[in-house]
Design a protein. Structure first.
Length: 446
């Protein structure tokens, strides 16, 4: 119970902050922002509620809080639905309806270009940044630096800075540490020397006493406007450790470019809000891209790695979406999906450790994930997608594909509950429309 209470205290602080931000945005007519922030608030409240339910406690104090939190979740869901309706229909309240999904034929963006290249962003990580702090690994001989740990550099960043970036130059080396960027540390930038050169490494995992998936992250970010480029973040706990996160982000309007994420189960937790991953490498085997966020992965290399013991299935994504009004989902644009070199060697030998790989499964009932213009390698099973638990979420999720290529892209044997995205609707999954990236992703040369 104490662990659940601690989690509630942490996540409800985030929920309160996002609800206040949403309330402030509405009078300004910033409805997309309000929806994003209220969607995140619903996640945090649900995390608290689920944690309390899992305790199984019959204590009156606990059951009372559970009942209260259920009411809070319901009210937030209703508020989110109202914001969504106003965003879509304006003051024409006669058109306001309970939220539906693409499976119901409810598309917010109709028409426009069917050119998949128009879905991508031309922006990304800005060039020419000047470091505010430098980090060198102790004893590395890397010259004079301000700090020897990444966390010390983060702690030195100003709090609640909404205009200027705080750039942390992390020089080549392996940094064995757990890094946290708290909510008040905004616009923090990590700039490394390259994937495989600058490495932040950890091994926290749920097999350790009291450890949760959320807290196992090697790097965890809450502050908005976080950016990172040219580094590797890994969790080395190993496939038998079960959930072990390398990177977790709750940062709104976050840009991650040319970064590598290495793990096994639950490598990358794109937890909440709006995130943009460009030209990244992501490696794992079970639900290794997961979370509740609205995230676009553009030009990324997604690699399935061996689990090291007999297993008959690997899954790339596990998106969570509690409510159809949440403006969340995973969008993969022009990505490549295949196995690591070691995995492909096993696959080509038809090893028992190299079969049945799926694009995703529904963590929550309204899970939404699409692959557009991606190259899907031969390791992807013909069914494409797999259930979470029997028929859970299969009638409410949206799993879509459009314009993919490669031997794993054939649609003839896909599960019946997946979809082919109509060409006239793909624009809804653009960086501009899905995460409003045109408003906040910098020009790469800027």
């Amino acid at each position: 119970v104490s662990k659940a209470a601690k989690t509630c205290m942490e996540v409800l602080r985030n929920a309160e902050y996002r609800q206040q931000s949403s309330a402030d945005a509405l009078p300004r007519g910033e409805f997309k922002d309000a929806r994003a922030w209220m969607s995140a608030s619903l996640v945090y409240e649900s995390m608290c509620l689920n944690g309390l339910n899992k305790t199984g406690s019959n204590l009156r104090s606990v059951t009372g809080v559970v009942a209260y939190m259920q009411t809070v979740v319901n009210v937030t869901g209703e508020a989110l639905s109202l914001i969504r309706s106003y965003d879509i229909y304006g003051k024409d309240t006669g058109s306001w309806t309970p939220p539906q999904t693409e499976r119901d034929g409810a598309w917010e963006h109709v028409g426009g270009s069917d050119d998949v290249r128009a879905l991508e962003s031309n922006g990304g990580f800005p060039s020419g940044l000047t470091a505010n702090a430098t980090v060198c690994r102790s004893g590395s001989g890397g010259g004079s630096c301000d700090y020897t740990t990444v966390q010390d550099a983060v702690d030195a960043a100003p709090s609640n800075e909404t205009e200027r970036r705080f750039v942390i130059r992390i020089k080549e080396g392996v940094y064995n540490e757990t890094v946290r960027v708290p909510l008040e540390k905004k616009n923090v930038v990590f700039l490394g020397d390259g994937m495989g050169k600058t490495v932040i490494s950890g091994s926290l995992n749920v097999g350790q006493p009291g450890m949760t998936t959320y807290d196992s992250a090697t790097v965890g970010v809450l502050g908005d406007g976080f950016m990172a480029k040219d580094l590797t973040i890994e969790n080395t706990a190993g496939p038998r450790a079960n959930q072990a996160v390398a990177f977790r982000s709750d940062s709104d309007r976050s840009v991650i470019e040319s970064c590598e994420f290495i793990g096994n189960q639950d490598t990358l937790c794109a937890n909440t809000l709006r995130q943009f991953y460009n030209s990244c490498r992501i490696r794992g085997n079970v639900d290794f891209i997961f979370g509740f966020s609205a995230s676009v992965f553009q030009n990324c290399l997604i690699l399935i790695s061996p689990r090291g013991f007999t297993s008959n299935q690997n899954v790339i994504t596990a998106h969570g979406r509690f409510d159809p009004a949440q403006s969340t989902g995973f969008v993969f644009l022009n990505c490549t999906v295949n196995g690591t070199a070691t995995y492909m060697e096993k696959y080509e030998k038809k090893s028992s450790d190299s079969t049945n790989n799926f694009l995703g499964r529904p963590w929550k009932p309204y899970s939404r994930t699409v692959f557009i213009n991606c190259n899907l390698g031969p390791i992807i099973s013909p069914e494409g997608w797999m259930p979470w638990d029997r028929d859970f979420g299969l009638s409410t999720l949206y799993y879509g594909e459009y314009g993919n290529s490669g031997p794993g892209s054939a649609l003839s044997q896909r599960v019946e509950w997946s979809s082919r995205i109509p060409a006239s609707y793909i624009e809804g999954f653009s960086v501009q429309n899905f995460i409003q990236g045109d408003k906040w992703i910098p020009l790469s040369s800027g």
